[in-house]
Ligand binder design. Structure first.
Ligand code: AMP
Ligand code: MG
Length: 360
């Protein structure tokens, strides 16, 4: 099977193609489609067989639950047992958008979709291609990121085709995604809402809406003895083929440390890759240097992170040194993904350059 590739934009929807995608999904097939966060691998969320197919296509462990995507708020009550007050407030403020919430699941949601849990993760995306497709698919589309497990999440339709082109029926190409990082996951079933996965909507923004919001302590790499609450956050996820290290410190110290490391490794016969920003690009004169975006526009950094990591997997480098990106709004989400990719290998620039390695 080779996926049928269809192009459209949010402003100019191809309705017959969306009808076809809806039919594929209703018949238990799989469709890759754009959302504002990353591309999703969609299957009918209420069909256990479709969920099994999603796990098989991705090579994803079956205890890592899927997020159900809906197109309208009215679709929420039938799949959850209860809507906590804080979830209602958050839904009104942030949906449609890059927010996933956890609810106690209703009986019609199969355990195959929730990885055996009695809770279900739900998101109402803002991407109009996604919403129109979901409506035509019957309203409930389970969709993890459309990458093979162990690869970076896809931010273009080409990434989806690379990973899953032979395993699914259709890919809808809606161009480069807007955000580039997976949704923020919030659990509102406890007294104090908790962020299980950082994303575009950060703690500060959520606290403006809800009051106090906690961060899952399992997310902090240093306290690795606490297990993250979202099953997916426990997996190593993606590791580049080359050894990736993140260099921390103030901007000038980071640049000179990466230059020093790059020289040292090149002298030892290694091929070096560097992940930098437009602001620092000119300082690096050796190795394969890729700019991830501009610090002045942090959304460009989020949007290109996975693409840059994929590019390095195609480039024959042995080691990659990356600047760190503690940007104001999405810094936590960006660094969460980057630290995972680096297996928490951090080099501090400045005082001394010893390598710290944290267990996960
Ligand atoms: P992905 O599909 O790649 O965006 O990953 C979905 C994420 O949502 C994973 O980290 C899952 O563990 C998490 N998730 C899905 N359902 C639940 C749930 N019921 N409780 C906690 N986390 C969930
Ligand atoms: Mg994923």
């Amino acid at each position: 099977m080779k996926a049928k590739l269809i192009r459209m934009t949010e402003e100019n929807l191809n309705i017959p193609a969306l009808e076809e995608a809806g039919e594929i999904l209703k018949n238990g097939g799989l469709v890759g489609f754009p959302t504002e966060t990353v591309y999703g691998l969609g299957g009918n969320a209420l069909d256990p067989e479709a969920s099994r197919k999603i796990y098989a296509a991705k090579g994803r462990p079956s205890d890592n639950p899927l997020i159900i995507h809906i197109a309208d708020l009215e679709a929420l009550p039938p799949i959850v047992r209860e809507i906590p007050e804080k979830a209602r407030i958050l839904a009104e403020a942030c949906w449609p958008g890059p927010l996933t919430m956890i609810f106690p699941k209703a009986d019609i949601v199969p355990y195959e979709t929730t990885g055996g849990l009695d809770t279900v993760a739900v998101r109402l995306p803002s991407n109009e291609i996604a919403r129109e497709m979901i409506r035509r698919a019957g309203g409930y589309v389970a969709a993890p990121s459309a990458n093979v497990s162990g690869r970076p999440s896809p931010t273009t339709a080409e990434h989806v085709a690379e990973d899953l082109g032979e395993r699914i029926e259709m890919i809808i190409d809606g161009g480069l995604v807007q955000i580039g990082l997976e949704s923020t996951i919030v659990d509102c079933t406890e007294e104090t809402p908790m962020i299980l996965r950082p994303g575009f909507l950060n703690q500060e923004k959520l606290e403006e809406i809800l009051g106090r919001v906690e961060l899952d302590p399992g997310l902090l790499g240093e306290t690795a003895h606490v297990r993250p609450k979202a099953p997916g956050m426990r997996y190593r996820h993606y590791a580049p083929k080359a050894d990736l290290s993140i260099v921390e410190g103030d901007s000038e110290a980071v640049v000179s440390e990466i230059r020093r490391l790059s020289r040292e490794y090149r002298q030892a016969g290694k091929k070096v890759g560097i992940i930098c920003t437009d602001e620092t690009r000119a300082h690096y004169t050796e190795g394969t240097v890729l700019s991830i975006g501009a610090r002045a526009e942090e959304e460009t950094i989020a949007r290109h992170l996975y693409e840059v990591l994929r590019q390095f997997d195609e480039t024959q480098v042995d080691v990659i040194f990356s600047e760190s990106f503690h940007t104001p709004q999405m810094g936590m989400a960006i660094m969460n993904r980057l630290l995972k990719a680096a297996g928490h290998r951090v080099i501090s620039a400045g005082s001394e350059s010893e390598e710290k390695e944290w267990e996960q």
